[in-house]
Ligand binder design. Structure first.
Ligand SMILES: *[C@@H]1O[C@H](CO)[C@@H](O)[C@H](O)[C@H]1NC(C)=O
Ligand SMILES: *[C@@H]1O[C@H](CO)[C@@H](O)[C@H](O)[C@H]1NC(C)=O
Ligand SMILES: *[C@@H]1O[C@H](CO)[C@@H](O)[C@H](O)[C@H]1NC(C)=O
Ligand SMILES: *[C@@H]1O[C@H](CO)[C@@H](O)[C@H](O)[C@H]1NC(C)=O
Ligand SMILES: *[C@@H]1O[C@H](CO)[C@@H](O)[C@H](O)[C@H]1NC(C)=O
Ligand SMILES: *[C@@H]1O[C@H](CO)[C@@H](O)[C@H](O)[C@H]1NC(C)=O
Length: 479
């Protein structure tokens, strides 16, 4: 399905190219993009995905050499996307059948007062997520976001991990079994310790997922005040466990506006300084500005819910198009002031596919099929590395450009061209010593653009961003 359509695209592009060479058109003047390293914005933590809900097994169960090739595609910084963040679901369910993620505390103590005697059970798999995380570690990934969808049912007002309910002990949630906040904090610490023992350091911890949404799978309700009530317990618990380096996130709300309301409530409750990262999804409302916080901000889950499975780069601006996602990431990095942008799941198989775009990669029948959304992420993720600072870039009013200074001193310029015609580019404002560039469009998946040259003045030229395409420059600068 995928391969023939790609070959057709390449053939069509080649035909267009040779036809165009017969037409004599005036040489287009190039657009100059000027980088300003003195104009500094947010620090970037990275780009990532989740393999929660048992999706990790789509990779784990692939026969070699495909399994290693798929891991390489996800994490390799030379030939793959170089994803730098993995978001793991902390299970709260009694078992791992279907989409359930099992908990490390399947049998709860009768009361919160007895929680000190809790018997944790580590199955060594964590719904396949541990193995994927260990592969990521091998590729140098350092950021692991452990995120609970819910506390175990016995800690909640409704007695189950699904269908909403609240954590017993927060404002307005009284339970006969007691106040379970400390037990939930201890439980989350225990999860981190299980991972640590297996060589994976959890760096970010979320105790909520879509707390404004109640559904048939793991879900727990929480408003800003109730979240603050728990953070006041979780923060000192992490400190006492020697995990002060783990950043607390909050609150993975379904949309940007809901999260903004919660962010303001967290500030009013006095816990902003105990939070490492404000996290939001963008289903019910998109990024229209930054969050009202001085903390870092991540967009931690989004996908195209509306379209059928698509591997197209540009199909009239469809929701699943690669180019659409390049634009979404751009908006997040600029308007949203984001330090990280995460897609939902990397993979799905045919059984869970439902002909949708929940995934970046379809795994099916021992094979996998890569969407262009994956390559939109790769253009940013491979080039803009953790610790990069977003800096100023101007010029090219019809282009969407972002620039970054990586921790290793390289300067990155990412350019999206939503117009139909190619645009010749020059990059100025820094004194480049070397230039590499990669292009993604309908016919290319991060293809190296070998024509980039550096003038004696340090200005980079010789390359174009294709119509409806994206180019990423990585420039070394003169010492
Ligand atoms: C670069 O950014 C700095 C900081 O915002 C600003 O003061 C300076 O004027 C900018 N330089 C140019 C050439 O625009
Ligand atoms: C990443 O890919 C490159 C090029 O294929 C390869 O040389 C390198 O070994 C890979 N890195 C890892 C960590 O496997
Ligand atoms: C697994 O757990 C879910 C969630 O509690 C439950 O609905 C389901 O019946 C359980 N399945 C089995 C086989 O125990
Ligand atoms: C924990 O279990 C021990 C042994 O059964 C018991 O003596 C103790 O009271 C229990 N502690 C709590 C807090 O329930
Ligand atoms: C995880 O953290 C421990 C303790 O800080 C450290 O010794 C170890 O090297 C880290 N592991 C990785 C893979 O970063
Ligand atoms: C952007 O986020 C950073 C934290 O990453 C914060 O310090 C800065 O104030 C934010 N900028 C704006 C304009 O909100």
């Amino acid at each position: 399905m995928h391969l023939p359509s790609l070959l057709t695209t390449v053939a069509a592009a080649a035909a267009t190219a040779s036809a165009a060479s017969l037409v004599i058109t005036p040489r287009q003047s190039s657009t100059t993009l000027t980088v300003n390293l003195s104009q500094k914005y947010q620090i970037i933590d990275g780009f990532g995905f989740s393999e929660a809900f048992q999706r990790a097994y789509n990779i784990y169960n692939l026969a070699e050499p495909k399994r290693s090739a798929l891991i390489d595609l996800l994490f390799n910084t030379t030939s793959g996307a170089g994803f730098s963040i993995v978001r793991n679901g902390i299970g709260s369910s009694p078992n791992s059948s279907n989409d359930w993620m099992n908990t490390i505390l399947p049998v709860g103590p009768a009361t919160a007062a007895a929680a000190g005697n809790a018997t944790y059970v580590w199955d060594g798999k964590d719904s396949g997520q541990l193995w994927v995380s260990q592969q990521a570690v091998k590729y140098g990934v350092k950021t692991f976001y452990a995120n609970a969808w819910s506390a175990p049912g016995f800690m909640k007002t409704n007695g189950k991990d699904s269908n909403g309910g609240s954590l017993c002990g927060v404002t307005g949630a009284k339970c006969n079994s007691g106040d379970w906040r400390q037990a939930y904090a201890d439980y989350l610490v225990k999860y981190i310790e299980f991972y640590q023992a297996k060589g994976v350091n959890v760096t970010h911890l979320g105790f909520l997922n879509e707390p404004d949404f109640s559904t048939s799978y793991a879900s727990m309700q929480s408003n800003g005040q109730q979240s603050a009530d728990f953070i006041k317990v979780l923060y000192p618990t992490l400190q006492q466990a020697g995990l002060s380096q783990v950043a607390i996130t909050c609150c993975d709300a379904t949309g940007w506006q809901t999260q903004a309301t919660m962010t303001n409530a967290l500030k009013s409750a006095g816990v902003e300084n105990q939070i490492g990262v404000i996290t939001s999804h963008t289903y019910t409302s998109g990024i229209s500005g930054t969050q009202p916080t001085s903390r870092k901000i991540w967009q931690t889950e989004y996908l195209d819910l509306s379209g059928g499975w698509s591997t197209s780069w540009y199909s009239n601006g469809g929701a699943g198009d690669g180019l659409t996602w390049a634009n979404n990431i751009y908006t997040g990095l600029t308007t949203g002031n984001l330090s990280a942008y995460l897609w939902w799941v990397a993979t799905q198989d045919k059984a869970t596919n439902n002909n949708n775009n929940e995934k970046l990669i379809l795994v099916d029948g021992g094979n996998y099929f890569v969407s262009k959304r994956f390559w939109a992420f790769a253009q940013y993720s491979r080039t803009v590395r953790p610790g990069a600072v977003r800096v100023g870039v101007s010029g090219g009013s019809t282009l969407k450009s972002t620039a970054f200074l990586n921790a290793d001193g390289t300067v990155v310029v990412n350019v999206i061209n939503s117009g139909a015609g190619a645009a010749a580019l020059s990059v100025a404002g820094i004194k480049a010593a070397g230039a590499k560039a990669w292009i993604t469009d309908a016919a290319n998946d991060m293809t190296a653009a070998t024509s980039a040259t550096v003038g004696s003045d340090g200005v980079v030229s010789g390359v174009s961003v294709p119509g409806r395409g994206m180019i990423s420059f990585v420039l070394t600068t003169a010492a």
